[in-house]
Design a protein around this ligand. Structure first.
Ligand code: ADP
Length: 270
């Protein structure tokens, strides 16, 4: 495969076990270049674990995984520089100022910039892209939750990645900060043609942001499609049967609605 492969992420039969706990039981999906895909599932479904395997942080128990033409288990520094990762817990930079931290992280990527690669952002354009220009000289610990989250994204973007993983990017944000964050993601995919895989437990957010939704439940992808396709199935439009939390859901509207409520809470209720 070459770097022009239209598939950015390919996961086939991914299994992950923590001791006796079988968290991922054969996860299979693809993300094509330029897509924004939401990995949706309730807390504890294994979303973070999946991202950690894809970014090469965690060794998988079994299965085939390719990310940007490489096996993450053997990804080198150059491969890593093509990925942006925004986790839930990058919180230890309180003493730094925004611009200072981003400039420092940017210097890490300099050796990997080649004429053929996407040109890494300079610090000012990165600060602007995430809407933090007015706050660039503030200490990080003085930022609001929404500003911190945007800084997290800036950290993920420092190297000018081709592929961005966002783990629960709006967790803990108020509605206004959430809206601003959604606009930022739209700009990234629209203006910068970035491929994004994000995780969320919020169906409304997945519908808002993603071209395609993967539903992770019981250690497997139980649905894969656009929001419209999924809601059609949930409304009983075809023969899809759901098995979630050990229960079977057939195609009746009433059961589908109950399923959505159970899995995603009130946001998903029809
Ligand atoms: P999600 O991101 O969907 O909330 P996680 O991937 O964080 O789910 O966790 C999936 C399951 O794996 C949970 O039951 C969690 O307790 C377990 N788990 C996650 N990380 C570890 C770990 N390092 N060791 C043992 N169990 C873990």
């Amino acid at each position: 495969m070459t770097t022009t492969d239209p598939v950015a992420v390919e996961v086939d039969g991914l299994r992950m076990r923590y001791g006796a706990d079988d968290v991922l039981r054969g996860v299979t999906f693809q993300v094509r270049r330029g897509e924004i895909v939401a990995l949706l599932g309730p807390n504890g479904a294994g979303k973070t674990t999946t991202i950690e395997v894809l970014e090469g942080f965690r060794a998988r128990s079994a299965g085939r995984v390719r990310v940007l033409d490489a096996d993450p288990a053997h990804g080198d520094e150059r491969w890593r520089s093509r990925l942006g990762v925004v986790l839930q817990s990058w919180r230890d930079h309180g003493k730094w100022r925004v611009r200072e931290l981003l400039a420092h992280l940017g210097s890490y990527y300099a050796p990997y910039a080649t004429p053929a690669s996407r040109r890494p952002w300079d610090t000012d354009s990165l600060v602007r892209a995430v809407g933090l220009t007015e706050h660039a000289d503030k200490k990080i610990r003085t930022l609001s939750g929404g500003q911190r989250r945007r800084l997290d994204v800036a950290i993920g973007l420092v190297g000018g990645p081709e592929l961005l993983f966002l783990d629960e990017p709006t967790a803990g944000l108020d509605p206004q900060a959430r809206l601003e964050f959604h606009r930022l993601v739209e700009r990234l995919t629209g203006d910068h043609r970035m491929t994004i895989l994000l995780t969320t437990h919020d169906l409304a957010e997945a519908e808002k942001l993603a071209d395609r939704i993967l539903v992770l439940s019981g250690g497997r992808i139980v649905a894969d499609g656009t929001a419209a396709e999924l809601s059609e199935r949930m409304a009983g439009g075809d023969e899809v049967r759901w098995t979630l939390h050990g229960r079977r859901f057939t195609t009746s509207t009433r059961e589908s609605t109950a399923f959505v409520r159970e899995l995603f809470g009130e946001h998903g209720a029809a």
